[in-house]
Design a protein around this ligand. Structure first.
Ligand code: SF4
Ligand code: SF4
Length: 222
């Protein structure tokens, strides 16, 4: 999932300083699961913004709703009436949501409430960690299911780098050396021979490709 953190209240409030009424739109997707942009967090942010403005003697009216997904036009369309009635829209989705809202409602100011952080997962209550750098050319089959792009501090494709000590990374002693983990995993699987296969330099054009990436699947197009 996409993991995101909420921006500081002062920053969000600054973006809507000249507004009297704002619509806050949460997202029931990834940001809901990582407890930053779901229905509950949307209500809490709305309350915090109202309190701040009341203390300043400039009351703010807020309306809240939560889209099933902000990365899907059909759910954005459903918000039309609420958006038209507000001075600005605050999106609590990852960076995709504000862009969908801004494209659908070009006359309306759209404010991101989140800093989108990474693609990862939960590792215990309240802990999320990055697992994938979205490189577009996955090599996990050759690395024991451990991503060298993200989990190696130097993103080395043919490791280790030589600085690994006692299983820890030389850059950050708090993390395990990814290549030690890869070695241990492949050894446990009886597949150490895999390490003799030299991975070629990464084709980063599949990651950036001179602009936003796009996947079109004819089999699911109507
Ligand atoms: S190799 Fe690429 S696609 Fe696979 S997990 Fe790592 S960054 Fe993600
Ligand atoms: S010590 Fe291991 S994880 Fe750290 S940079 Fe070197 S190979 Fe990568």
């Amino acid at each position: 999932m996409i993991v995101a953190e909420q921006k500081p209240i002062a920053e969000i409030a600054g973006y809507i300083d000249d507004c009297n009424k704002v619509l806050l739109v949460g997202c029931a997707g990834c940001v809901s699961i990582c407890l930053t942009g779901g229905e509950k967090e949307t209500g809490i942010l709305a309350a915090a913004l109202r309190i701040k403005r009341r203390l300043e003697g400039r009351p703010l009216e807020t309306v809240t709703c939560t889209a099933t997904r902000q990365c899907d036009p059909e759910y954005i369309d459903d918000l039309a009436d609420l958006v038209m009635d507000a001075d600005a829209v605050i999106s609590l989705a990852c960076g995709v949501g504000p862009q969908y809202l801004a494209a659908r409602f070009p006359d309306k100011q759209v404010v991101p409430a989140m800093n989108t952080s990474f693609a990862g997962g939960s590792n215990g209550h309240g802990v999320w960690e990055e697992y994938c750098g979205l490189c577009g050319d996955c090599v996990l089959s050759l690395t024991g299911g451990i991503c060298p792009i993200i989990r190696c501090a130097k993103s080395i494709l043919n490791g280790p780098c030589g600085g690994s000590q006692y299983g820890k990374c030389e850059i950050n002693k708090d993390i395990d050396c990814a290549w030690q983990l890869i070695h241990d995993r492949l050894k446990a699987q009886g597949r150490l021979e895999t390490l003799k296969q030299v991975l070629p330099p990464k084709d980063w054009s599949r990651s950036r490709d001179g602009g936003p990436r796009k996947i079109s699947r004819e089999d699911v197009m109507t």
